[in-house]
Design a protein around this ligand. Sequence first.
Ligand code: SF4
Ligand code: SF4
Length: 330
Amino acid sequence: MNSTLRKYRLAVQGGFFLFIAFLGFRFWQFVQHFETRGKTPFVPHPDGVEGFLPIGGLTSLKYWLVTGDIHPAHPAALFIFLGAVAVSVALKKGFCGWICPVGFLSEHMYKPWQKLFKKNVKPPRWIDYPLRSLKYLIFAFFFWAIIITMDVPGLHNFLDGDYWKVADVKMLKFFTNISPFALQIIVILVLLSIPIRNFWCRYLCPYGALLGIAAVVSPFEITRHDDKCVHCKKCTRNCPAYLAVEEKGKVVSPECTSCMTCLSGCPKSAITYSTPGGGRSLTGWQFPAILIGIFLSVYLVALATGHWHSYVPMEDLKRLVPIAGSLQHP
Ligand code: SF4
Ligand code: SF4
């Protein structure tokens, strides 16, 4: 069962990663059509790429809350954002541990180091703690700037403006026309992610910070059963979040990504993922089935209510896509 769980996770992570890569390619083709002024075939806009616009998703959420309407430009950004939060509310940070492509890549950056040196570098507490708070500060800034401060005219100014209409194109161009400064930052992040597990997720990702907060209300918890445990410390050694699972009865940490590495690697099956008091345990296929089920349900609700496909007029796309890289935030 343990190796089965590992296989399920790899299949879910790999499946999402390949699907996102496919969407990325289709989106590149979509952009090419407008950049070449119609010389390449038109490809429909793959709305799933809006998962890369979580800040826009948060802005759309505020717009929905204050106006009662869902903004027609990039509504999928809102629904993917809600899907990630819903997964966290139900299954702790399952989005980070099972779906997010950045988490998937990050994991495969630190594993070679782990295999070679038997462990990764864990920064000392005096630097680890302040650095971990950075992602909460970044999230708090966005929360304050969008949810607290933005009024209806400000929301219209952003969501109706040219910048938001092609924010996804601008995101693509950030990578395809990357500036030397941005490239240096990415190289530094990659280099730090080789010795240190999940450097970006652990210290800097504001999305992960929000999902960690949402995970507090999840009905599930990771429990180590002392009667079965032989204190081999394998769970502690392998935890991607550097949590000392072997010393705890329960894992109560917003850093836990529900990756199940501790559970699937335990030689004595001494760890469970269950409701409090060892109630309902999720085994094998149940976790990934619920995770995918939640995500799929959110997508189907968006589709059925007509809030999945982005509405940006063709004339605007023709005008804005070729100049998206130079548009400034309003
Ligand atoms: S891996 Fe299992 S047996 Fe080993 S310390 Fe952790 S809970 Fe105990
Ligand atoms: S405690 Fe277990 S599930 Fe949580 S991050 Fe560590 S290994 Fe993954």
